[in-house]
Design a protein around this ligand. Structure first.
Ligand code: TYD
Length: 142
């Protein structure tokens, strides 16, 4: 699996200064346009979310506060990433099964997505996901 972790550009001073500002831009820092932002919060530590893949949706995840582990699975390989800094972002591209684990109280997960919400774009059954992989659904596109 290629490296999907990005360092978010950040401007600012050390904690005794006036703080930090982090930013990224569509098509420049992330390889797609952004049509939707959502965020997940007030999640009890130990909770697992995600457990799906997308047929076409591209997403970037970041954690402005807290610690969230994200496990990506392309059907052949699994890789775990710890989002524990506001300067880390993780690309979750189409065809990647993802699970998120809340590790610290108060952690917030922000997501910028390439398209509007569409339940039909979700694959929520792991065996169905493996079937899509086996049939080469995402193979000839990248
Ligand atoms: P889901 O993407 O399954 O969240 P997670 O992977 O974190 O568990 O979404 C949870 C619910 O929220 C589901 O019923 C779909 C709904 N939802 C929307 O209506 N709009 C959205 O933009 C998103 C992301 C989810």
């Amino acid at each position: 699996m290629k490296d999907l972790l990005l360092k978010i550009k950040t401007i600012g001073q050390d904690p005794t200064g006036s703080g930090y500002l982090s930013f990224f831009e569509a098509y420049k820092d992330v390889p797609f346009g952004i049509k939707r932002i959502y965020y997940i919060y007030h999640v009890p530590v130990g909770t697992k979310r995600g457990m799906h893949a997308h047929k076409t949706l591209q997403q970037v995840l970041w954690c402005p506060y807290g610690e969230i582990e994200v496990v990506l699975d392309n059907g052949k390989e699994k890789k775990s990433y710890l989002l524990d800094s506001p300067e880390k972002a993780l690309l979750v591209l189409k065809g990647v099964w993802h699970d998120m684990y809340w590790k610290k109280e108060g952690s917030v997960l922000c997501v910028a997505a390439s398209d509007y919400y569409d339940e039909n774009d979700y694959i929520r059954d792991y065996d169905e996901f493996l079937k899509y992989i086996k049939e080469g659904f995402w193979n000839n596109e990248d």
